[in-house]
Ligand binder design. Structure first.
Ligand code: HEM
Length: 502
C-alpha cells in the first residue's frame, strides 16, 4: 500500500504537467495560426512565443532589429503572441496614442507594463482615466508659455555656467564628455525648477550618487519588466520575489529618498523666485488637488522625465552635427550671425533661428531620446488601428526608431539632413508628421515646451562659444544598445573657444 500512493501521486503529477504542456502548445499554435492576430505579418516564432522579443530586449537590440523587421514585413508587425508594433506614421500615432473620438475607448496604459512609484501612489505617467486627467490639469500649469518665460533668466544662468565649466576644460586642453556636461546641466536646471535648489553637478562636472543610481535603475527596470511579461510564472516570481529583494527595494528607495527629501525641504519654504511647485501648489488647492503621495511621486518622476531625455536629445544632435561638418558650419554661421550680444539671447530670439530648430528636429529623428514604443493595451471590445480591427488585451505601440528609419516616410532615412525640415525640394515627399518625439494626444509630453527652450538655449550656447571636434573614440557613438532608453557612452569632443564669443 505504501508504494502505491507515491506511484499514483507521481503519475497524477506527470499527467498534470503533460496536460499543461499540451494545453500551452495547442494554445500557442492556435494563437499563432488561427487566432485573431494571425492575419498580422511577422516572424512565425514571434507569433508562437515571446522568446524572440525577450531575447531582443535582453540583448538591447531593438534599435536595429525592429526597424529591420518593419522593413521586411511592413508598417504593422506582430512581434509577440499578443504584441503588435507599428511604424505607420501619423495615423498610427493618432489611433494608438491620440485623443478618443465620439466616446470610443482608446488603448490605455497597463499596470503590468508601468509599475507604480515607490510609495504606491500613481504619478501622472502611471495613472489612467480620471486620476490622470486630474493630475494633468494641475501639473501642466507651470509649463505654459507665460510661466516658462519667467524661467528665462534661470535657463540663461545655467547655460552660462555650463559654458564656463567647458571653457576651463578647453583652456586646459582636455577633451570633454559632452553627454556628461549636458546631463549635469539639465539635472541642475530641473533641481532648481522642481525644488528651488540645483544639484551642484556642474560645480564638480560629475554625476552624484543619486544620478548614477537613476541611470542604473533604468536598465534594471527594463530587464525586470521583460522577465515579468514573459509568462505568468515569471510574473509571479517578479512580483513576489524579485521586487522584494533588498537590492531592488534599495534601488527604488534611493531615488525616492533623494527626491522626497528635497521636495519636503522645498515645501517648508516659499522660494523668492517661482518654481514648478509654486504653480502646482496653487492649482492643487481645493478638493481635487494632489495628495502628499502624488506630490512626492510626481517630483520623483520629473527628475527622470525632464532631465536625461533633454540631455540625450542634445547629445544626439551634437553628435550628428559633428559627423556633418558642413551642417555644423551652417549652424555656427546662423547662430553667431543672429546673436551678436549675450542680451540678444532670449527664448523668442532662439525660436526664430530656423536652422537651429531644424538641426534639433533632425537630431531627434535620427536619435530619438525615447527610441522604444511606449506600449498601450487595447481596451475591452478592441479598437481600430490603421484601419484594422485589433481585439482587446493586445499590447500595441508606435516604435519611434522604426518609424523614423522607414523609407516609406523619409528619403535617405539614415542620413542627417536638417534641410528636410526647411522645405528643401529634395525632401518634398517626406512625411514629417511621422515624427512625434513627444508623442500625441492626452498624454503627450508635459514638458515639451520646456525641453525645446532648453535644447535651443544649450545648443546655441555651445556653438556661440566653441568650435567643436569629435574625438576618434566617439566616432561610432550612436551604435548603442537600448534598455527602454539608450545605453549611452561618453560623447568625447575637443573644444576651442570662439575668439569673439558673446
Ligand atoms: C527632449 C526631451 C523629452 C522627450 C523626447 C520627451 C518624451 C516624452 C514622451 C514620448 C512622452 C509620452 C510618454 C507616454 O506616452 O507614456 C513624455 C511624457 C512626459 N514627459 Fe517628456 N520628454 C522630454 C522632456 C520632458 C521634460 C523637460 C519634462 C519636464 C518635467 C517632461 C515630462 C514629461 C511628463 C510628466 C510626461 C507624462 C505625461 C502624461 O502621461 O500625461 N518631459 N515625454
Amino acid at each position: 500500500m505504501s508504494t502505491v500512493i507515491p506511484t499514483n501521486a507521481t503519475s497524477i503529477l506527470v499527467s498534470f504537467v503533460a496536460l499543461v504542456v499540451v494545453y500551452n502548445v495547442v494554445y500557442a499554435l492556435y494563437t499563432a495560426y488561427l487566432g485573431p492576430l494571425s492575419r498580422f505579418p511577422g516572424p512565425r516564432l514571434a507569433a508562437i512565443s515571446r522568446i524572440p522579443l525577450a531575447i531582443r530586449a535582453f540583448k538591447g537590440a531593438e534599435a536595429t532589429e525592429l526597424p529591420a523587421l518593419h522593413e521586411k514585413y511592413g508598417s504593422i508587425v506582430r512581434i509577440g503572441p499578443k504584441t503588435l508594433s507599428y511604424a505607420g506614421g501619423a495615423q498610427a500615432w493618432n489611433d494608438v496614442h491620440g485623443f478618443a473620438k465620439s466616446g470610443k475607448a482608446k488603448p490605455f496604459k497597463s499596470p503590468k507594463y508601468y509599475a507604480k512609484p515607490y510609495n504606491g501612489a500613481d504619478d501622472i505617467f502611471t495613472s489612467n482615466g480620471q486620476t490622470h486627467t486630474r493630475q494633468r490639469k494641475i501639473l501642466s500649469s507651470p509649463f505654459s508659455d507665460k510661466a516658462l518665460k519667467e524661467q528665462e533668466p534661470m535657463l540663461k544662468r545655467w547655460s552660462l555656467k555650463m559654458k564656463d565649466k567647458l571653457a576651463e576644460k578647453a583652456a586646459a586642453n582636455e577633451d570633454v564628455d559632452l553627454l556628461k556636461f549636458y546631463n549635469c546641466t539639465t539635472f541642475d536646471i530641473m533641481g532648481e525648477l522642481a525644488f528651488s535648489e540645483g544639484l551642484g553637478l556642474l560645480d564638480d562636472s560629475e554625476y552624484s550618487p543619486w544620478v548614477k543610481s537613476m541611470f542604473n535603475s533604468i536598465k534594471a527596470a527594463a530587464l525586470l519588466r521583460e522577465f515579468k511579461l514573459f509568462s505568468p510564472v515569471t510574473e509571479w516570481i517578479t512580483e513576489n520575489i524579485l521586487m522584494k529583494t533588498k537590492t531592488i527595494r534599495k534601488m527604488k528607495y534611493e531615488h525616492w529618498r533623494y527626491s522626497t527629501e528635497r521636495l519636503d525641504r522645498r515645501l517648508k519654504q516659499t522660494p523668492e523666485h517661482p518654481d514648478l511647485w509654486t504653480t502646482i501648489l496653487e492649482k492643487s488647492k481645493g478638493g481635487d488637488g494632489l495628495s502628499t503621495g502624488e506630490h512626492q511621486a510626481n517630483a520623483a518622476l520629473f527628475m527622470i522625465a525632464g532631465t536625461e531625455t533633454t540631455a540625450t536629445a542634445l547629445s544626439g544632435t551634437t553628435y550628428w552635427l559633428l559627423r556633418s561638418p558642413d551642417k555644423m558650419q551652417k549652424l555656427c554661421d546662423e547662430v553667431r550671425g543672429a546673436l551678436k550680444d549675450f542680451d540678444d539671447i532670449t527664448l523668442e530670439s532662439l525660436a526664430k533661428i530656423k536652422y537651429l530648430q531644424a538641426c534639433l528636429q533632425e537630431g531627434l529623428r535620427m536619435y530619438p531620446p525615447v527610441p522604444s514604443a511606449l506600449v498601450r493595451v487595447t481596451p475591452k471590445g478592441g479598437c481600430i488601428i490603421c484601419g484594422e480591427y485589433v481585439p482587446e488585451n493586445v499590447f500595441v505601440g508606435v516604435h519611434h526608431m522604426s518609424t523614423y528609419r522607414s523609407p516609406d516616410h523619409f528619403k535617405n532615412p539614415k542620413e542627417f539632413h536638417p534641410e528636410r525640415w526647411l522645405g528643401d525640394p529634395e525632401y518634398k515627399d517626406d512625411h514629417l508628421d511621422a515624427v512625434e518625439i513627444f508623442s500625441v494626444g492626452p498624454r503627450n509630453c508635459l514638458g515639451r515646451n520646456l525641453a525645446w527652450h532648453e535644447m535651443r538655449m544649450l545648443l546655441a550656447t555651445m556653438v556661440i562659444h566653441f568650435d567643436l571636434a569629435l574625438s576618434k573614440e566617439s566616432e561610432s557613438w550612436n551604435e548603442q544598445r537600448v534598455f527602454i532608453l539608450w545605453e549611452k557612452v561618453p560623447l568625447m569632443c575637443s573644444l576651442s573657444p570662439v575668439k569673439a564669443s558673446v
